[in-house]
Design a protein around this ligand. Structure first.
Ligand code: SIN
Length: 291
């Protein structure tokens, strides 16, 4: 197994691992180390069934069955299908997953540790791969905050709401998603997490807030909360913290969600087909420290 860093703020390619086969504890440790150091890792040239994708992902923690997931791999609800392909008038996947900056499952009391995506069909135009996944580095964003802000926000908590991203997709992006049902909202009520967490792999502080789901800093008056969140959202997307991943078919892309935020770039049309299978790994094996 060889880890080749991108040379950018995030990202590495891991060669020499076939994710369809069980791998050793040493290899597992190597992947975890690379995830901590690089945040986002790519395993090129994989051939996986949905079951194998789920088995690989489950090494890192329990898998989430998404509350709004209407597009699952048959018989394997932990594998979600993200796609703009329509067959016989029926969408085979969720077409607009993740198309703005967010962290998966920050709206959940057990947050996400990692996402594992398998690229099956990747749109291309004029030789260029489309539908990149962009990331921003929340270790670097924390390090780059003004010292007084780190001090003042220490110990404060942020409220995260699943419905914020869902409604934004409907309102601003023309998404055809129906509104969340009362049952779906009840299954995922807004939850609070500390604004800074200690990362379970690196032991370093990270900024844990994201434009997709963060709605309020609980300990601040409404106006100050809104101003502080607006500052954090702008700060965490500075160019120097960012990295764009350009897909090739049969890539498996894994990223850790505690020290990164991400955005799926919607630069392809309805006839430029994208098909990705995704597992979300919860922070049950790797848990952040809140202190
Ligand atoms: C996601 O937010 O998990 C989806 C990312 C992508 O489709 O590139």
């Amino acid at each position: 197994m060889r880890v080749i860093p991108t040379g950018e703020t995030l990202g590495a390619t891991i060669e020499g691992l076939d994710l369809a086969r069980p791998f050793s504890d040493d290899e597992f440790e190597g992947v975890v180390r690379a995830l901590g150091e690089r945040g986002v890792v790519r395993f090129p040239g994989q051939t996986l069934t949905g079951r194998q994708l789920a088995d690989f992902s489950a090494r890192f923690g329990e898998l989430e069955i998404n509350v709004a997931n209407t597009h699952q791999e048959p018989g394997i609800p932990e594998v979600m299908i993200l796609s703009n392909i329509v067959e016989d008038g029926k969408a085979i996947g969720l077409a607009d997953a993740g198309q703005d900056w967010h962290t998966d499952m920050s709206y959940s009391s057990t947050i996400a540790f990692a996402n594992v995506l398998y690229g099956i069909k990747i749109p291309r135009r004029a030789g260029q791969s489309l539908g990149a996944t962009e990331f921003s580095n929340m270790h670097a964003a924390y390090d780059g905050l003004p010292a007084e802000m780190k001090r003042d926000l220490e110990g404060m908590t942020v409220l995260h709401d699943f419905n914020k991203f869902w409604e934004m997709m409907r309102r601003e992006k023309g998404s055809k998603r129906p509104p969340l049902s009362d049952a779906q909202k009840k299954a995922k009520p807004p939850v609070s997490h500390p604004v800074f967490l200690t990362h379970p792999i690196t032991g370093r502080r990270v900024l844990y807030a994201n434009p997709g789901y963060a709605v309020r800093i609980n300990e601040l008056p409404q106006k100050e909360s809104a101003q502080t969140l607006a500052f954090l959202f702008q700060h965490q997307l500075k160019a120097e913290y960012r990295y764009a991943f350009h897909w090739e078919e049969r890539d498996v892309l894994m990223w850790e969600d505690i020290g990164t935020i991400h955005n799926a770039v919607a630069d392809y049309g309805p006839h430029e087909h994208r098909l990705i299978k995704r597992c979300q790994v919860m922070a049950t094996r790797f848990q952040p420290e809140e202190e």
